[in-house]
Design a protein around this ligand. Structure first.
Ligand SMILES: [Zn+2]
Length: 517
């Protein structure tokens, strides 16, 4: 059965236009009845509710219901009922996509393909958003790189070490020092493991009995324990953002004392080598699984399976012959060749100039509003810093005037100083958010510019997402692509001439004139 929930909200112009919440929900009910959809929940925000999404209880309840249950549609009369601006639109569509729920505006017609266009933008943006988070992470940590280049660890200290402030009240300077309480146990664990007589799990349990605990005093999770065993930090090498740094300052002096020798570290990594291979295997498996969902045999329509030729170092795809037995002679398609054919498919898709302009305009709108909210947040944080600095100054004056005792001063003063430090960190992170958005925007420009080029140069994960964004099915036959079915969004945009597809591979219709699956 198809399930929907409906949502209504009074707009600012509200009742005057006859669009009361009751009428909106009624319109949704009528639509659902016509389409044979069952409404399993109705949510509403009446006049007095807040303006921001997170202060609108009805909307938040509706989104929660979508996250919890199996809801196929979110019904509204117009999209601006649920999303008041493009930032909310972005957030909500991302949420709906995640929970496989579709937004339907029962009073709006989609003949212009506008919702598909939005779907495409959101799709592009959320993928890029996800896969370029690495790049973004780098940008937020520019200051941290400076620190590690001085041989100082910029993050939270690993178990066995602690972050200590060796600076002054005016200028803080956080460094990492050996934690005498935990360091001996960590050292013991690392050295015992290097003997090769323990598996990571048994050693973790032994060390737990000997008193090795996580910072929160709990048993160390398996993954964290393995991470600890292969953490080069303990031998004086700090890996940060894929680059190895030594624990040495400009004069070549050690910035912290290693717990183990480099030889011990290397032995542990070698002993853990097997785990690395496992991770690799499961990544490969994901890739194959994804090809299975998208690829079809052009002869029988059955699933396609991958075969690895170890000695040739090659990988082939061919029909799994589960649907119909037929000869697979001449059907083995090389994975690398397939990759090239995929790139060509992207080369056949051209977003028209007006569509590109609209995508970019919409993306810009979303980014501007996100920027706006970053600025508002930053202003809030800055105001809090000013207040705390005033409080800190007052405390200093009070102490000078001997209005408060030394103990109270020390406690409250260090608390204020610590909070100021935290807020300054928050400011840096917020600035990073802005960089993230600019990055996404730049990527989007590139994407619309030359799809084939973007696809060819994308990382594997992004490639996968680009394919699922544009294609539902790709059939292979005689070592080539025989048929292609684009996603609904692309189909609608093509029908509206917003997307041009060179028609070598138009989707085939079956005998019932339904698109082939
Ligand atoms: Zn087949």
């Amino acid at each position: 059965m198809t399930h929907a929930i409906s949502y209504g909200r009074v707009s600012d112009a509200g009742q005057a236009t006859g669009k009361s919440v009751d009428n909106q929900l009624l319109a949704c009910r009528e639509y659902a009845e016509k389409k044979g959809i069952t409404i399993v929940g109705e949510f509403r925000d009446d006049g007095k509710s807040g303006t921001k999404l997170h202060t609108r209880n009805g909307a938040m309840d509706a989104l929660t219901a979508i996250a919890e249950g199996d809801v196929d549609y979110l019904l509204v009369t117009e999209t601006d009922r649920i999303a008041r601006n493009s930032e909310e639109n972005y957030i909500i569509r991302k949420h709906l996509k995640k929970h496989k729920c579709k937004l339907v505006a029962v009073n709006q017609s989609y003949t212009e393909g506008e919702s598909e266009e939005t779907d495409l933008i959101i799709g592009i943006m959320s993928n890029i958003d996800e896969f370029f988070s690495k790049i973004n992470g780098k940008k937020t940590k520019r200051g941290m790189v400076k620190k590690i280049e001085r041989g100082e660890w910029p993050g939270a200290a690993p178990l066995g070490f602690k972050n200590v402030d060796v600076g002054t009240e005016e200028k803080h300077h956080y460094v990492v020092q050996k934690d005498d309480e935990t360091a001996p146990r960590v050292k013991e664990a690392l050295e015992l493991f290097s003997t090769g007589s323990y598996t990571a799990v048994t050693l973790r349990d032994i060390m737990h009995q000997r008193g090795l605990r996580s910072r929160s005093g709990k048993k160390i999770p398996k993954s964290s324990f393995i991470h600890m065993l292969k953490n080069s930090f303990y031998c004086g090498m700090m890996r940060y953002d894929g680059i190895m740094y030594l624990n040495r300052d400009a004069q070549g002096n050690e910035t912290y004392e290693p717990l183990i020798s480099r030889a011990t570290y290397e032995r542990n990594v070698a002993l853990l080598g097997e785990h690395g291979k496992h991770a690799d295997r499961s990544r490969k498996h994901d890739e194959k699984f994804y090809m299975r969902t998208i690829l079809r045999c052009g002869i029988c329509g059955g699933r396609v399976t991958a075969e690895v030729h170890e000695e040739k170092g090659k990988e082939y795809y061919h029909c799994s012959l589960t649907k119909q037995k037929h000869s697979n002679k001449g059907q083995n398609i090389d994975a690398k060749e397939l990759e090239k054919l995929f790139a060509q498919l992207f080369g056949q898709i051209q977003l028209t100039e007006p569509l590109m302009q609209r995508i970019i305009a919409k993306a810009k709108e979303i980014l501007m509003e996100t920027h706006g909210s970053v600025d508002v947040k930053k202003r809030g944080v800055r105001n809090r810093i000013i207040k705390l600095e005033q409080r800190r100054d007052n405390l200093e004056e009070d102490r000078a005037d001997k209005v408060i005792d030394a103990e109270t001063y020390k406690r409250q003063h260090s608390k204020a100083v610590e909070e100021i430090h935290q807020l300054n960190q928050q400011l840096i992170e917020l600035e990073g958010d802005r960089d993230v958005n600019i990055d996404i925007f730049n990527r989007l420009m590139l994407l619309t510019d030359d799809l084939q080029d973007t696809y060819t140069n994308a990382e594997p994960q992004l490639k996968r997402h680009l394919i699922t964004l544009f294609f539902d099915r790709i059939a292979v036959k005689d070592r080539g692509i025989s048929e292609v079915q684009h996603t609904k969004a692309i189909q609608v945009l093509r029908d509206n001439r917003a997307v041009i597809i060179r028609d070598k591979w138009l989707p085939r219709l079956d005998s019932n004139q339904r698109p082939w699956r």
